[in-house]
Design a protein around this ligand. Sequence first.
Ligand code: 5GP
Ligand code: ZN
Length: 116
Amino acid sequence: MTEPDCLFCRIVSGDVPADVVYESDEAIAFRDINPQAPTHVLVIPRKHIATINDLEDGDAGLVGSLYLAAKAIAAAEGIADAGYRAVMNCNEGAGQSVFHIHLHVLGGRALSWPPG
Ligand code: 5GP
Ligand code: ZN
């Protein structure tokens, strides 16, 4: 399922270019256009899901695959041991601006907690 007006669906289809660093049958990952850390990669499902609130029981494996992608990306980026964050925002109040779920993988610098 894709949404023609969704930016990230258009990246999945190749209509919008992106610096892709990982691809699987279920997910792709690409560098954020406005990186907030030396490594800032977005991992997204190929399937359009707008927010965490729209996940269904059958998506459990798909969401797991996003974290397995994050693990592989962190290793490839050399940030796995030092530490990194893999986080998904849900809805405007948490800072979500693109309504196709995406896991932010951030690392390469010290990350404070809690986030703002
Ligand atoms: P959100 O705010 O929804 O959690 O995260 C959306 C992310 O998408 C932001 O970090 C933003 O910089 C990134 N982004 C927005 N438009 C584009 C784009 O066209 N290409 C890429 N690679 N990243 C984008
Ligand atoms: Zn989409």
